[in-house]
Design a protein around this ligand. Structure first.
Ligand code: NDP
Ligand code: 2IT
Length: 447
C-alpha cells in the first residue's frame, strides 16, 4: 500500500476512536497529510505502526477539581493531563485554564507538543493539561485555592523524570507559584524540576517569560532572511495581549519593526504610532484589565469592539492568541494588504483554509510547532539549570534560545527542500519532528 493510502486509513481510524474532538482531528490531519512520502521512504515505520502508536496518547487523566469561591460556594471544574508521548524524554507541555478546555483541546495541544518538543532537539516528550476553569474576574485567593486543588490530584502523576508541566493560556508565573507551593507541601520535596516557568527568584530560568514571544520573532526573522528580507521598518500586527503577544511585541520593537495592532477576546487596539509596550505591560501584567483600557489612556490609539485585527494592513502578522483565530477570509485580507510573513506564536491559530491561502500566495508561513517552540525549549533549559543547581544569565540564555530557533528554522527549511517542497515549513516541521520521535520508538520496541 502506498504511504498516502495508509495514512488515509489511519486518519479514518483516529476519527472513529476519538469522536467529537474536532481540534484533535484537525491537528492530526495536518500532520498526517504530510507524512505519506516519509512512509514510502521508511517502510519500517509502517511495519512497526509508528504513526498509529503516535496518534494514541500513552496516558490520559481526567479529574474533579473542587474549590470554594470567595463567597464560600463550592465550585467544580474538570482537570486534564494527557501524556502523549515520552519517546524523547519526560512528558512536557503547558497547562491551560480556560472555559473552552475539554479533552479534544488538550489532545490537540498534546499531539502538537510531541513534534514541537522533538524539533527543539532537547530531551522532552509531549504532553498537555488544563481545566475548564475561567480565571477571568477571579480574586487572587480564588486562583490560589483553585491551583492548590488542581495540584492536590495532579501531584501523583508528575515529577522531574515523569511529567513536567508549565504555563499556557490562563497560567503564568503566579499560577505556577501556587502549583509549585502545593506540590512542595504535599510531597515534602523541593523538586525544582517538576514545573517550569517558575519565578527566577526561586528556581525559574531567566528568559522563560519572554521565550515564546522572542522565539516566534526569531523564527520569523529567519524566514525573512531566507528571502533576503529583514524585520527592520516592517509594519506588524500581533493578536492577543497575553504572555506570548507581549514579548513578541517587545522583540519586534527591539529589532526595529513597528507594531500597530494587538487584541484580546473582546476587541482590537489600533495604534498607528506603535504600541506603547510599558503601558501594555502595566495594564495586562500588573492591573490584569481588558485591552480596551489602553485606548482610554493612550491618545491616538483606537479600540474597536469585536474588531477584525487581520484587516489592519501589515507586512508581518503574528497570531499569538488561540486556535483557529485566523480563517481563510482573514488570510485573504492579509495577503491582499501585502503581508509577506506569518509566524504562529499561538498553537494552531490558522485554520486549514487560511494555511492554504498563505501557501498558495507563496508567503513565508511558520507553523506554531516550529515558530513557538522557543517557550518549551527554554523550559528545557530551565530543567537543565535545575538539574545542575545552576542559574544562567539572561544574555547566555537568550543566546541559547536564539541558536535553537535558528537551528529549528534550518532543519525545517532543509527538510522541506529534501522532500521537494522548498519553503514549505509545515512539511519541514512535521517531518523533522516525526522522524526524531519515530527513530526513538523503533529503538524501544513495541511499548
Ligand atoms: P495568555 O493567557 O497569557 O494570553 C492569551 C491571550 O489570547 C489573551 O490576550 C486572550 O484574551 C487571548 N485569547 C485567549 N483565548 C481566546 C479566545 N478563545 N478568543 C480570542 N482571544 C483569546 O496566554 P499565552 O500568551 O501564554 O498563550 C497564547 C497562545 O500561545 C496559546 O495558543 C498558547 O497555547 C500558545 N503558546 C504559549 C506558550 C507559553 O509559553 N505561554 C508557548 C507556546 C505556545 P482574553 O484575555 O480576552 O481571553
Ligand atoms: O504550547 C507550549 O509549548 C507551551 N505552552 C509551553 C510548554 C512548556 O512546557 O514550556
Amino acid at each position: 500500500m502506498k504511504g498516502v493510502e495508509r495514512i488515509e486509513e489511519i486518519y479514518r481510524e483516529v476519527i472513529r476512536r476519538n469522536p467529537g474532538e474536532a481540534e484533535f482531528h484537525q491537528a492530526v490531519k495536518e500532520v498526517l497529510e504530510t507524512l505519506g512520502p516519509v512512509l514510502d521512504k521508511h517502510p519500517e515505520y509502517a511495519e512497526h505502526k509508528i504513526i498509529e502508536r503516535i496518534c494514541e496518547p500513552e496516558r490520559q487523566l481526567i479529574f474533579r477539581v473542587p474549590w470554594q469561591d470567595d463567597r464560600g460556594e463550592v465550585q467544580i471544574a474538570r482537570g486534564f493531563r494527557v501524556g502523549f508521548n515520552s519517546a524523547l524524554g519526560p512528558y512536557k507541555g503547558g497547562i491551560r485554564f480556560h472555559p473552552s478546555v475539554y479533552l479534544g483541546i488538550v489532545k490537540f495541544l498534546g499531539f502538537e507538543q510531541i513534534f514541537k518538543n522533538a524539533l527543539t532537539g532537547l530531551p522532552i516528550g509531549g504532553a498537555k493539561g488544563g481545566a475548564d476553569f475561567d480565571p477571568k474576574g477571579r480574586s487572587d485567593g480564588e486562583i490560589m485555592r483553585f491551583c492548590q486543588s488542581f495540584m492536590t490530584t495532579l501531584y501523583h502523576y508528575i515529577g522531574e523524570f515523569t511529567d513536567v508541566p508549565a504555563g499556557d493560556i490562563g497560567v503564568g508565573a503566579r499560577e505556577i507559584g501556587y502549583l509549585f507551593g502545593q506540590y512542595k507541601r504535599i510531597t515534602n520535596r523541593y523538586e525544582s524540576g517538576v514545573l517550569t516557568g517558575k519565578n527566577p527568584s526561586w528556581g525559574g530560568a531567566l528568559v522563560r517569560r519572554e521565550a515564546t514571544g522572542f522565539g516566534t520573532v526569531y523564527f520569523t526573522q529567519e524566514m525573512l532572511l531566507a528571502r533576503g528580507e529583514g524585520l527592520e521598518g516592517k509594519t506588524c500586527v500581533v493578536s492577543g495581549s497575553g504572555n506570548v503577544a507581549i514579548y513578541a511585541i517587545e522583540k519586534l520593537q527591539q529589532l526595529g519593526a513597528r507594531v500597530v495592532g494587538c487584541s484580546d477576546s473582546n476587541g482590537v487596539i489600533y495604534d498607528e504610532g506603535g504600541i506603547d509596550l510599558p503601558l501594555l505591560k502595566q495594564l495586562k501584567e500588573v492591573e490584569r484589565c481588558r485591552i480596551s483600557r489602553y485606548s482610554e489612556i493612550r491618545s491616538g490609539s483606537r479600540y474597536i469592539e469585536r474588531g477584525r485585527l487581520w484587516d489592519i494592513p501589515c507586512q508581518v502578522a503574528l497570531p499569538c492568541a488561540t486556535q483557529n483565530e485566523l480563517d481563510e477570509t482573514a488570510a485573504r485580507k492579509l495577503v491582499a494588504n501585502g503581508c509577506i510573513a506569518v509566524g504562529e506564536g499561538a498553537n494552531m491559530p490558522t485554520t486549514p483554509g487560511g494555511v492554504r491561502v498563505f501557501q498558495s500566495a507563496g508567503i513565508a508561513y511558520g507553523p506554531g510547532k516550529a515558530a513557538n517552540a522557543g517557550g518549551v525549549a527554554t523550559s528545557a533549559l530551565e530543567m537543565q539549570q535545575n538539574a545542575s543547581r545552576d542559574a544562567w544569565t539572561f544574555e547566555h540564555t537568550e543566546k541559547r534560545l536564539h541558536e535553537i530557533m535558528q537551528n529549528i528554522h534550518r532543519d525545517c527549511f532543509e527538510t522541506a527542500r529534501e522532500f521537494n517542497s522548498p519553503g514549505n515549513y509545515v512539511i519541514g516541521a512535521n517531518i523533522v519532528g516525526f522522524k526524531r520521535v519515530a527513530e526513538a520508538m523503533l529503538a524501544f520496541g513495541v511499548i
